[in-house]
Ligand binder design. Structure first.
Ligand code: SF4
Ligand code: SF4
Length: 139
């Protein structure tokens, strides 16, 4: 049994292909979509958790790469650059999982990575660019 978080980048020619359907039907994998930015006629990006039998998982990765998708492993979900953080609290308001919390009365941010679901909302909300996604190289 394998469980991995991946990011798939689709060239515009493949954006409308039923990739998820095929991962489930042909490779018997479970797909949990964490985030999707897919626009017709533009490059797409899909962040997902994929789980299932190891050989099916490997075959699915080969299939994705042969189709022309770039497959990246989400090695470490989100990192908090504490030295850049101004503790403004904007991320704690938007974080859906409670991974970013504003401690009171100190008014300092605490990041609990184990609660993070990699939605990336904090990346856009942070004016100091203190939140980052760390991706491994293509697999
Ligand atoms: S990526 Fe989403 S869940 Fe994780 S810390 Fe940022 S807002 Fe919270
Ligand atoms: S939004 Fe950015 S600067 Fe503000 S508290 Fe969150 S991580 Fe720190």
């Amino acid at each position: 049994m394998v469980k991995q978080k991946l990011v798939l980048r689709f060239p515009s020619s493949l954006v409308e292909q039923p990739v998820i359907y095929n991962l489930i039907k042909n490779f018997d994998l479970m797909v949990n979509i964490l985030r999707a930015d897919i626009n017709p006629k533009k490059e797409g990006r899909l962040m997902m958790e994929l789980s299932g039998d190891e050989s099916n998982f490997r075959r699915a990765l080969e299939w994705l790469q042969k189709k022309g998708l770039e497959v990246m492993q989400l090695k470490q979900q989100i990192i908090w650059q504490e030295d850049r953080c101004t503790h403004c609290g904007a991320c704690s308001v938007i974080c859906p999982s409670g991974a970013l919390v504003l401690n009171r009365p100190e008014m300092t941010i605490r990041f609990m990575e184990e609660k993070c679901v990699v939605c990336e909302l904090c990346l856009r909300a942070c004016p100091a660019r203190a939140m980052e996604t760390l991706l491994d190289s293509a697999i």
